[in-house]
Design a protein around this ligand. Structure first.
Ligand code: IMP
Length: 192
């Protein structure tokens, strides 16, 4: 089975390729010659995932999936949430986004947060969605060089290291994206 993953983020493509079983070939946008940007103008993570998958399907009529992720921080009323990528501005800088979060969280005792991923799959023209969540806490300072995005400030529940410090093998087992992908894989296995 061949699926196009509607992302131009090489980190996400690599994570998914490490998780997905061998029988499913996952291709990125650059490999199909798509160099533009997919729209993500909805006000929910699920809405954005669906919008990206639909935009790709409308142009190419191929089996494909898109995902959208947000970091939801309890003390910030669920922010940055659907605005995670551009939280500190259109430059989409991970450093600036993390600094903004840390500033806003200064002195805050309630540090509970979660990553939420929704994957929207279009297979044979039908839409299916899968959600994955990992609970955790926001650290006082960034820790670790691994991962990407907000990983250095997020410590998953049950671990004493941030996603930026944990080896990729662990992140790829417990992360929001891993959990949503596991549901996608189970679904694909039931229909194949
Ligand atoms: P998007 O889903 O690419 O729009 O990502 C939203 C924001 O969340 C971006 O700032 C990403 O860098 C960040 N993000 C997405 N996935 C992860 C992750 O697995 N760890 C840390 N940050 C992430």
């Amino acid at each position: 089975m061949k699926l196009v993953f509607a992302t131009s983020n090489p980190h996400k493509l690599e994570e998914i390729r490490n998780i997905i079983p061998e029988g499913i070939e996952v291709t990125g946008l650059s490999e199909i010659g798509f160099a533009g940007e997919l729209p993500e103008t909805q006000d929910t993570i699920k809405g954005n995932a669906i919008q990206k998958a639909e935009a790709l399907f409308e142009s190419y009529r191929i089996d494909c999936f898109a995902e959208d992720t947000g970091l939801e921080i309890d003390a910030l009323g669920g922010a940055p949430g659907v605005h995670s990528a551009r939280y500190a501005g259109n430059a989409r800088s991970s450093q600036a986004n993390m600094q903004k979060v840390l500033e806003e969280m200064k002195g805050t005792v309630n540090r509970g947060a979660r990553f939420r991923t929704v994957i929207a799959l279009i297979l044979d023209g039908q839409m299916h969605t899968f959600e994955g969540i990992v609970e955790g806490t926001i650290l006082e300072d960034p820790k670790g060089e691994g991962g990407f995005g907000y990983d250095p400030v997020f410590q998953p529940e049950g671990y004493d290291r941030s996603f930026g410090e944990l080896p990729a093998e662990i992140k790829n087992k417990i992360s929001h994206r891993a959990r949503a992908t596991a549901k996608l894989i189970s679904f694909l296995e039931t229909i194949s």
